[in-house]
Design a protein around this ligand. Structure first.
Ligand code: IMP
Length: 224
């Protein structure tokens, strides 16, 4: 993880500006069971895939030939992890450099409705001592305030891996971020609550391919 000072354009990922209205829902296909629940398509699935392909290449350029343990942060990170791992596998198949990978999962919970709770939990915390001396790539779908990532990094560091890198598909521009930025960033987005591509609102919308902005009526419908 890096701090926010001295960032280059490549470090920030694709920057989506505050005034980006997203695409009209009528321009894309999405499941009919979510009609009325979304405001717009914020990042279409194809763009996510294209950006992920490039992140896989950046990871290959930096880490090619070293074995890594991919630590996928569930639940939101499962789709990004799967696609990123696919991208790295494709590069490993087609070039002289390869990255031998192990994939492991860790489940965190910190959100209810669209609010972060103070109560960050590692669900079913297990012994990660096999990380000792390994190169670890943590893969997370979204970094908001950065509190979750900070806690996870502290936890992973206790197992004394050789190296830790973080890939985050989305990083939000928020006023009170703890200024820990992933090493590999897909998109920097405004401070809006987004769903889809495995990101949820109270467990809904994981079955949506595009990253979308939830509507106010969607929030009311799935509120707990
Ligand atoms: P942080 O600790 O504030 O950085 O929050 C990170 C976690 O909050 C992520 O792992 C997600 O589970 C959740 N989260 C934050 N923003 C969003 C969002 O816009 N959509 C869905 N989940 C989010």
């Amino acid at each position: 993880m890096a701090d926010a000072v001295g960032k280059t354009a490549e470090d920030c990922g694709v920057v989506i500006q505050d005034d980006w209205p997203g695409y009209s829902l009528d321009l894309f296909s999405y499941p009919a069971h979510y009609s009325g629940d979304l405001d717009c398509v914020y990042i279409p699935h194809g763009v996510i895939m294209d950006r992920t392909e490039r992140l896989a290449r950046n990871i290959m350029d930096d880490l090619g030939d070293s074995a890594i343990v991919v630590l996928c942060v569930l639940k939101g990170g499962y789709q990004f992890s799967a696609d990123l791992v696919e991208g790295i596998k494709a590069l490993s198949r087609n070039s002289a450099r390869t990255i031998p990978m192990r994939v492991h999962f860790i489940r965190l919970k910190s959100y209810q409705n669209d609010q972060s709770t103070e109560d960050l939990q590692i669900v079913g915390a297990e012994d990660l001592s096999f990380l000792f001396g390994k190169n670890v790539l943590i893969v997370e779908a979204i970094v908001d305030t950065g509190k979750t990532m900070k806690m996870l990094l502290k936890h992973v560091e206790t197992f004394r891996p050789k190296m830790i890198k973080v890939a985050g598909l989305l990083v939000k521009r928020v006023p009170h971020s703890v200024a820990c930025l992933p090493d590999y960033i897909g998109f920097e987005i405004p401070n809006r609550f987004v769903v889809g591509y495995a990101l949820d609102y109270n467990e809904y919308f994981r079955d949506l391919d595009h990253i979308c902005v939830i509507s106010e009526s969607g929030k009311r419908k799935y509120k707990i």
